[in-house]
Ligand binder design. Structure first.
Ligand code: SME
Length: 154
């Protein structure tokens, strides 16, 4: 497992603009570089009511849009709780963008009272994400939120 405390410090240093768009792109590129065994990492943004649209990502072209009542991403947005899935084949309404994906971690991004979006990570390795990975990635999302201004154009 990576040293997430170190990664959080490195991400803080990397995110040297307040622009959320630049920061989404840098954050998913950084995660793919530093966290092993990922086949997709990216953001879905809440720009329409109860709907997520695809934002900056690293990986294959992905599904878009995702309503709040569908998939693992929708569950994270709806419940505002991180979704950690060991095997997506066991999730009835999992949205398969890439047949190679087995494990998934989706962290909601809450800005003020609003669900702003989610960070979605996919892995081809079942049970890739431990509880400690979840805590580490949630910490990276906090760094992203603290480094970004969201009051400009969404
Ligand atoms: N698997 C996700 C859809 C997004 S892709 O994994 C990039 C889901 O079920 O919400």
């Amino acid at each position: 497992m990576p040293d997430y405390t170190l990664l959080a410090r490195q991400l803080e240093a990397l995110l040297d603009t307040r622009d959320w768009l630049t920061n989404t792109a840098q954050t998913c590129a950084f995660i793919v570089q530093e966290v092993a065994d990922l086949n997709w990492a990216g953001f879905y943004l809440q720009r329409q009511p109860e709907t997520l649209i695809l934002g900056p990502f690293q990986g294959k072209p992905a599904c878009n849009p995702i309503p709040f009542d569908k998939g693992v991403c929708g569950a994270a947005a709806r419940s505002r709780q991180t979704q950690r899935v060991d095997d997506v084949h066991g999730i009835a309404d999992h949205i398969a963008c890439d047949a190679a994906s087995r494990a998934e971690l989706v962290v909601p991004i809450i800005v003020g009272e609003r669900i702003w979006g989610v960070l979605d990570l996919d892995s081809p390795r079942a049970a890739r994400f431990s509880v400690d990975d979840q805590a580490g990635i949630e910490r990276l999302v906090e760094v992203f939120i603290d480094a970004s201004d969201f009051d400009r154009e969404r």
